[in-house]
Design a protein. Structure first.
Ligand code: GLU
Length: 334
């Protein structure tokens, strides 16, 4: 064997396992999924999706990782700038971003935003210490209330709910900390209540109900619920199941107003990557549903409702193949 041939053989031997490692498809695609606070439902949802896709590395050569972030608004903005590839975002925030409303009223419509699918329902959850005497949204007047960090989905939801009761954030002592810190502040009696738009059950509300201070989930119902669902198309009435929080002072399911969690991406993400993620979640739908109790109510049809941004072509390719296209609002097919 000449030295040249020997070198060739050696290089081939070194590179061959790498080609197998990359799934034989060339380069590995590294994708990040932006989620929320670690005690919410977005974080485990990002984990569930990334584990499913990483398990098929040999087929797709995709390596997904999850980032804990400030929430929906942060995720939408980071998807648009390309800082992350996918993000979980509330359906109402998706609607606002694509239409240039709320946090996007100055920047205008986020035309590159694409939807992939909807996930679990989320309720605007208002939780207060029983000692604070807060039994309704109107009782928040003059109280110390965490309305959500900038970047979160709940910040605008809190303002809408206050508005529904004829209040503004100037009528309360508003705090703007991340959801992960709120249960601790409530139990240290440094706040009286907090808002969190989140799926149920979740670790955050469990933590808040399991502390030293007795707390209750405050109903958002009557005129307040009628006002916000009447004014904004993306809110629907919902119920928070009391059985998930046996330590809360509540005895019945709690009426509220809700939205949906959705998976969003940017028009610049490749069709192959979006196709693979969509296919893995839908082809393994029964397994996916078992990954979090908040997914119990999911159906394939419900996962295609509540979207406002155009469907990414990679996802659309899968929905066509799987015969799911009939469930998609034709306005979202571009
Ligand atoms: N809905 C919250 C937000 O967008 C996050 C909820 C969660 O992490 O489960 O900010």
């Amino acid at each position: 064997m000449s030295r040249k041939t020997l070198l060739f053989v050696l290089i081939t031997l070194i590179l061959a396992p790498l080609a197998v490692f990359a799934g034989g498809q060339g380069e590995t695609s590294f994708v990040t999924i932006g989620t929320g606070s670690v005690t919410g439902v977005y974080y485990p949802t990002g984990g569930a999706i990334s584990r499913m896709i990483n398990a098929k590395f040999d087929e797709y050569a995709i390596k997904a990782t999850v980032e804990s972030t400030g929430g929906s608004v942060y995720n939408i903005n980071a998807v648009i700038t390309g800082d992350i590839d996918f993000g979980i975002a509330q359906s109402d925030r998706q609607y606002q971003a694509i239409n240039g409303l709320a946090e996007w009223s100055e920047a205008g419509p986020q035309a590159d935003l694409r939807s992939v699918f909807s996930i679990h329902p989320e309720s605007i959850t208002l939780i207060a210490s029983t000692a604070s005497g807060i039994n309704s949204v109107a009782d928040l007047k003059g109280k110390r209330v965490n309305i959500g960090n900038p970047g979160s989905g709940q910040l605008q939801n809190s303002k809408d709910i206050l508005e529904g009761a004829g209040l503004t954030d100037a009528d309360i002592e508003a705090e703007g900390v991340e959801a992960v810190e709120a249960p601790g502040l409530l139990n240290d009696e440094r706040i009286d209540a907090f808002f969190y738009t989140v799926g149920h059950p979740n670790g955050n509300i469990k933590e808040a109900t399991a502390g030293r201070v007795k707390v209750m989930i405050v109903p958002i119902d009557g005129e307040v619920a009628d006002n916000v669902t009447g004014k904004y198309p993306y809110y629907a009435k919902s119920l928070i199941p009391v059985k998930e929080y046996p330590m809360a002072a509540n005895t019945e399911d709690i009426p509220s107003v809700g939205v949906k969690a959705t998976l969003v991406t940017s028009a610049s993400i490749s069709d192959d990557v979006v196709y693979a993620i969509t296919k893995e979640v839908f082809d393994n739908f029964d397994d996916f549903k078992k990954l979090h109790p908040a997914y119990q109510v999911l159906t394939k049809e419900s996962m295609l409702a509540g979207l406002s941004a155009p469907i990414h072509p990679g996802a659309l390719k899968y929905y066509e193949e799987a015969g799911l296209i009939e469930y998609i609002n034709p306005d979202l097919i571009k």
